[in-house]
Ligand binder design. Structure first.
Ligand code: FAE
Length: 562
């Protein structure tokens, strides 16, 4: 058997990520293996992962060349591209590795019977839907544990984020949408669109494993009845619709629909993790990164503070916990170069704290500014009596109402399921609207925390936009908004978002490659760079931008010549 260098690396990295979890390693890297071993399939045993030296020991030996904080999209791209140039990388991730089933045979808990794996140290789940028919039957009590989904309360709005090796890729809806080229200039002014669409978007799509359902299959799939119903209604109201690409394996999904494989998307799984079918980052970029043999990942290691190191580079205070939240260790790590990939919230909050409490006092005022939520709002409608939306609904949306050409309120509204497992007659959307409002993170000395200045009223433009899209459908069909789902009688859910973006905006807090202004060796690589809106779901853009930035940074700051 011969393997290309890329498949060999992916194979080795996947094996290491799986066996690290089986061995219960909180820090690990791939054991370098010879081609003969790989060809013989012998790396898929428990030896494929080697425990990394404990972080405190490693830190005591001197400064590390590169630390990457966070293992989401931006962090994963940075780790892969640095490591394949021969640079050793330490990744610090506050969440767990999710690659080995627990004693019930599952990686993640079931959506309708969640346990501690569902959420990050909550004692009750906090799902986007609060009630059904006004009844408090959705959220369940769970033990506090280092689970995979967090809902961060930011005052005027809550934001959902993923916690674990793979960040948001572990919990997201897999919608992998490249923005239209004609919108790109408004999203990331200053970035060469020609280069992005010729090189970095195609590369990101390929490595993320983006695929699309076969339109003919979609027309007959049981699990997309809900989407066909909503699409047909939208088209009758005069709207355009479009297929939405996904990182869920559409071949697997087709077999689920036929009942041939273990169900995941068709068994309500999404927010608390998919046990099958989805190509999360631990199966793509992170597997490739770990497969280089140069990337160590330290899980349940949270960075709590940053500062300038005497004599150059950066110092990080790190806290290690166990999965029950018990503190195991604290240490300080020094590094020459620091890549922040902790997500819009994580990266922005870390930097604002560092600026305003003296760790990095010269950080620009633009750090913490320009936060937005991609105009995310959800809304649901009833359907005419007797309309079947299907008892089994795929959680992976693959169709959207495309009203991005509207002159005053562009909207892309993905048709999302309400996967209760029984006929519920609801049609729901996750809308991405263009909302000009922005929030700012600031240090609050009284609470000793970073807060986001964002008021609920700042969502008014998004609520108005989605209502203006859906009202005509309701008028046409004689249907109504469902006000029994989001709490407080709301027709449009405007108090949470899935797409926090910005806080360290490209070209404002950083230069046009993500270098933090005035701080050599400090880089932002994640959604914090995106100025609050991407016109579509953001992870493809975050990944492609990170690919572009790393390509140029390696040449300009790391002396890579090829
Ligand atoms: P992210 O993926 O959030 O990764 C950051 C990582 O850093 C996480 O693993 C954190 O645990 C870790 N971290 C944070 N702070 C620290 C610290 N102090 N120390 C150590 N580690 C830390 O960042 N986007 C789409 O494009 N399509 C979708 O269908 C979609 N659906 C979504 C559904 C849900 C429920 C959620 C939560 C998000 C969804 N998103 C979707 C958004 C998408 O997942 C998100 O934009 C990206 O994950 C952001 O990528 P980043 O690299 O910025």
């Amino acid at each position: 058997m011969t393997m290309s260098p890329h498949s060999r690396r992916r194979f080795l990295g996947t094996a290491a990520l799986q066996s690290a979890s089986a061995l219960g390693l909180g820090s690990f890297m791939a054991r370098p293996a010879g081609a003969a071993e790989i060809a013989a399939g012998r790396t898929l045993d428990a030896q494929a992962a080697s425990p990394s030296q404990p972080l405190a020991q490693r830190a005591a030996a001197g400064p590390l060349p590169v630390v990457v904080v966070g293992t989401g999209y931006g962090g994963a791209v940075a780790a892969l591209r640095l490591a394949e140039q021969g640079i050793p990388v330490v990744m610090l991730e506050m969440g767990q590795l999710w690659t080995q089933p627990a004693s019930d045979g599952r990686l993640f808990s079931k959506t309708l019977t969640p346990d501690g794996r569902a959420m990050w140290f909550k004692t009750k789940t906090e799902a986007p839907l609060k009630t059904f028919l006004g009844l408090d039957i959705i959220n369940k009590k769970i033990p506090a544990y280092a689970g995979v989904l967090d809902r961060v309360h930011l005052g005027g709005i809550d934001a959902y984020v993923g916690r674990g090796v793979g960040g948001g890729s572990l919990v997201n809806g897999g919608m992998a949408v490249t923005p239209r080229e004609q919108d790109f200039g408004q999203i990331l002014p200053g970035v060469d669109a020609g280069e992005m669409y010729a090189k970095w978007f195609p590369l990101a799509n390929r490595l993320l494993g983006v695929n699309q359902v076969d339109p003919a299959w979609f027309e007959k799939a049981k699990c997309y009845r809900y989407a066909r119903v909503a699409r047909d209604q939208a088209q009758r109201a005069g709207y355009k619709t479009a297929f939405v690409p996904t990182v869920y394996d559409v071949g697997y999904l087709a077999r689920e629909d036929l009942g041939q494989v273990t169900r995941s998307a068709t068994a309500q799984e999404i927010l608390y993790g998919n046990n099958h079918g989805k190509c999360s980052l631990d199966q793509s970029y992170l597997a490739d990164a770990v497969g280089t043999g140069r990337v160590s990942i330290y899980t349940l290691h949270e960075v709590t503070a940053l500062r300038q190191a005497a004599g150059g580079g950066y110092e990080l205070d790190v806290r290690q916990i166990d999965a029950q939240g018990q503190e195991l260790m604290r240490c300080t790590v020094r590094c020459a170069k620091l890549f922040l990939g902790a997500g819009s919230l994580g990266t922005s909050m870390m930097l604002v704290k560092a600026r305003d409490t003296g760790g990095l006092p010269r950080l620009p005022a633009a750090v913490g500014a320009g936060w937005g939520h991609n105009g995310n709002v959800m809304a649901a409608r009833s359907n005419p009596l007797g309309t079947s939306t299907g008892a089994i609904q795929s959680t992976m949306p693959v169709m959207g109402i495309d009203d991005r050409d509207h002159p005053t309120r562009p909207v892309f509204a993905e048709l999302t399921p309400l996967p209760t497992g029984f006929e519920n007659g609801v049609s729901m959307v996750l809308a991405i609207t263009k909302n000009p409002e922005r929030g700012t993170f600031r240090w609050d000395a009284a609470s000793g925390q970073v807060k986001l200045d964002w008021r609920l009223e700042q969502n008014a433009a998004s609520v108005a936009a989605v209502r203006s899209l859906i009202d005509p459908i309701n008028r046409l069909l004689g249907t109504r908004y469902r006000t029994d789902l989001f709490g407080g009688g709301k027709a449009v859910a405007d108090d949470f978002c899935y797409h926090p973006l910005g806080g360290c905006v490209l070209g404002q807090a950083t230069d046009l490659l993500g270098r933090v202004k005035g701080h050599p060796g400090l880089y932002v690589v994640d959604g914090a760079l995106i100025p609050g809106w991407t016109s579509v779901n953001p992870f493809v853009t975050i990944t492609a931008l990170a690919e572009r930035n790393l390509h140029h940074l390696l040449r300009e700051d790391f002396g890579v010549t090829a």
